[in-house]
Design a protein around this ligand. Structure first.
Ligand SMILES: *Cc1c(COP(=O)(O)O)cnc(C)c1O
Ligand SMILES: [Zn+2]
Length: 439
């Protein structure tokens, strides 16, 4: 057994140390967010070169559980979990798409899209959920008593939790804002046998209720307020660098809602820097929908405190969040990575998605928010032609059929649908078909 270990501590610096299996989600002293800390001394038992070799040797191989992009980096993620308790569905290891044609249109030469949605449940949420559900198994073995693992969700968290819960035969409850998630996202937890509670509220309303259920000990909380998720999600930063043969890109753009993932990205880079695998950070851009932009507002006003808003409806439903739990985490990531925050209107995100799709992608609306932010950073000269830029694509476009269909049928109110491409309906007549092709 390895000597590597990790525990929970207070992000604000209180002197607390909690076991990763304790069902505690806030600092007992200051009520602030918790973070996972690793025994850095133990991790220094390997050189930077040895870590890179180890991760490369395991990458996408079949030896359980190391073929997973998350568990291949197990010592950095959650080293105390016995292999037989790990609940993995081969997450991570997603392709890094060279967006050559789209980049050329923008005047860039080195643009990549990290397709985190090419995953078991179709979003990056799998990266964190594999860790959380594995730790819950360990906690149950040590006597944790809860009715279910539960989350509030804008769709993708519940899909991931339901799948990993089903794989581990653990009861799952999900709280969704009624009518505010896509059909695919709603049906995923139903199919996996979760108890789905559709509440007449928004995500923030669901979040309040699930936090209370967790505080009362009725459920174990699976939202990214729980730092265990961040440990899995942080592998995306490591994996991007690994896919570039351990070279650091210049910019990374990531869409943000509850803001856990932006921090996770930073946490991966922080670990690589601490252990000497890299010597600098890329610059970070967190991209928000204009309808749900509390981080953008704080950034524009040079404020480090959250002023919660009521998020308005947006096509980017997974980031329709006005009171992001991980706000302080995102502020730290932005500070450390010389970061910026951008926003995209509904028109801008819809056109960015359509434009990218025309070059062969199939973008979800959240990825489109990041692409729209990219277009603004390029137009402003913040990102320059030769700079290596990675856009984190957070979900598969296939989960957002309503968005795609609405756009191409010009049925999205208030939007121009400038690149709409509707089917040509014809009788089964050879001449008419020829006309339609050659015209
Ligand atoms: C969850 C999610 C996000 C936002 O991630 P946060 O950690 O909440 O900022 C973005 N895109 C998709 C598709 C998501 O499912
Ligand atoms: Zn504290």
């Amino acid at each position: 057994m390895t000597a590597h270990s990790a525990w929970l501590t207070c992000m604000a610096g209180c002197d607390v140390r909690l076991d990763v299996t304790s069902a505690v989600y806030r600092c007992p002293r200051c009520q602030g967010l918790l973070d996972v800390v690793h025994d850095e001394h133990a991790l220094r038992d390997r050189s930077a070169a040895a870590w890179m070799k180890l991760f490369d040797d395991r990458y996408k191989r079949t030896q359980w559980p190391y073929g997973s992009g998350v568990w291949g980096k197990l010592e950095w993620v959650m080293p105390m979990i016995p292999d037989d308790l790990i609940v993995s569905m081969d997450e991570g290891g997603t392709n890094l798409f060279w967006a050559e044609r789209y980049a050329r249109e923008l005047g860039l030469s080195d643009l990549w899209v990290k397709l985190c949605g090419n995953s078991h449940t179709g979003s990056f949420k799998d990266l964190g959920m594999t860790v959380l559900v594995s730790v819950v198994r360990l906690a149950l073995r040590r006597g944790l008593k809860v009715k279910a693992i539960a989350c509030a969700s804008t769709g993708d968290t519940s899909a991931a939790l339901a799948a990993y819960g089903a794989a581990a035969d653990l009861p799952v409850v999900v709280l969704l804002p009624r009518g505010k998630v896509s059909t695919a996202q709603l049906v995923q937890p139903l199919a996996n046998g979760a108890k789905v509670l559709a509440l007449d509220t928004d995500f923030d309303g669901c979040m309040e209720i699930v936090q209370r259920l967790a505080e009362e000990g009725i459920v174990y909380l699976a939202n990214s307020m729980n730092p265990l998720r961040i440990e899995g999600q942080k592998t995306v930063g490591v994996e991007i660098v690994q896919q570039f043969d351990w070279q650091v890109p210049d910019w990374i753009i990531i869409p943000g809602g509850n803001l856990g993932n932006a921090y996770a990205l930073y946490a991966g880079f922080r670990m690589m820097k601490q252990l000497g695998l890299i010597s600098r950070y890329p610059r970070l851009c967190v991209a928000q929908a204009e309808s749900a932009n509390p981080l953008y507002r704080a950034y524009a006003e040079r404020r480090k405190t959250l002023d919660p808003i009521t998020a308005k409806a947006t096509l980017a439903t997974a980031i329709q969040i006005g009171n992001p739990v991980s706000f302080p985490r995102a502020v730290r990531a932005l500070d450390e990575m010389n970061g910026v925050v951008e926003q995209a209107s509904e028109e801008e995100l819809a056109e960015a998605a359509a434009r990218a799709d025309r070059t062969g992608m199939y973008t979800c609306p959240h990825t489109a928010v990041a692409l729209a932010a990219l277009e603004k950073l390029v137009a402003r000269g913040d990102i320059q032609r030769h700079q290596r830029t990675v856009v984190v694509s957070t979900a598969s476009g296939l989960k957002f059929t309503e968005f795609k269909v609405g756009y191409h049928e010009r049925a999205l109110p208030g939007l121009s649908s400038a690149r709409a491409n509707a089917p040509v309906v014809l009788p089964p007549d050879y001449g008419k078909v020829v006309d339609a092709i050659v015209a």
